[in-house]
Design a binder for this molecule. Sequence first.
Ligand SMILES: C[S@@+](CC[C@H](N)C(=O)[O-])C[C@H]1O[C@@H](n2cnc3c(N)ncnc32)[C@H](O)[C@@H]1O
Length: 302
Amino acid sequence: MTADRPAASDHVAPGEAAPDGAPAGTGLVGTGLEGVPETALWTLYQRAVEARRPDAVLRDPKAVELVDRIDYPFAERFGTSGTQAQLQALRAACFDREVADFLAREPRGTVVCLGEGLETQYWRVDNGRAQWLGVDLPESVALREQLLPPGPRQRSLAADATELGWADEVDRSREVLITAQGLLMYLQPAQVRALIAGCAERFPGGSLVLDAVPRWFGRLTRSGRMRTHGYQAPPMPWAMDAGERAKLLTAGAAVAAVRDVRPVGGRGLVGALLPLALTVPPLATRRPSVTVLEFAERPERS
Ligand SMILES: C[S@@+](CC[C@H](N)C(=O)[O-])C[C@H]1O[C@@H](n2cnc3c(N)ncnc32)[C@H](O)[C@@H]1O
């Protein structure tokens, strides 16, 4: 999973041929995505399923619009589980909260989205002043730019997030928040540690918001037992139980603090069970989690 040196990807106007070509005359956009990049269609779809509800826990009209524009058998492949959609939306809402808090403190800051896929967070939380940099593999960036041409404060880099070359493209005069939503589970454990350490060294005073699947879930994907409808989830080599998050402090000397981000709200059974799932073991320590890592300031030279 490597890419050439980071470079702003070529822009393709909406309506032009998709990477694998959509059926002629439908006006829909084909994706050509498979393997791990295809998972961005899964997260997009879950947000859209949730957002179509009047009582949605996440407002995301852009996700609905994208699903309607893409030529892909979403429901056949991913099913229509309202619970799955709600859980996915609650995860996205955790990231939104962290980004919104950051932009409230640093209105002109930069949000770097590693493994951005077809995330529509910009349309949910942008403040009109921040800079946004997305990093993803070339095929994912090509599709994103076809569907979501970048605005003046948005930029996409076609790059492997683990190679850290993207960090040279970030304006260090601004405060930086990095997100890695739905990305790290697809990396090897050593790559996750190196990525965290590399971010902490390069962005003193910055922070990284990440999510993790628990170990039992990672095992299910690696044994090929994570299958729903027509879709087999790719193996997830990196997993972390929620109760283990303090270990992330050991990823690098500049990782200064670790903090849990808990989903709030929730509807129906999910809303009723969430407080228990977050507090009662063993699920509380073995649940999917969202975590913020804060990076040390660079020491003043005397
Ligand atoms: C599950 S999707 C998440 C997309 C988006 N963050 C979201 O939450 O909707 C995983 C994304 O990570 C990207 N990805 C996987 N490995 C990557 C890597 N080494 N470097 C950059 N992006 C990567 C995939 O292309 C895909 O877009």
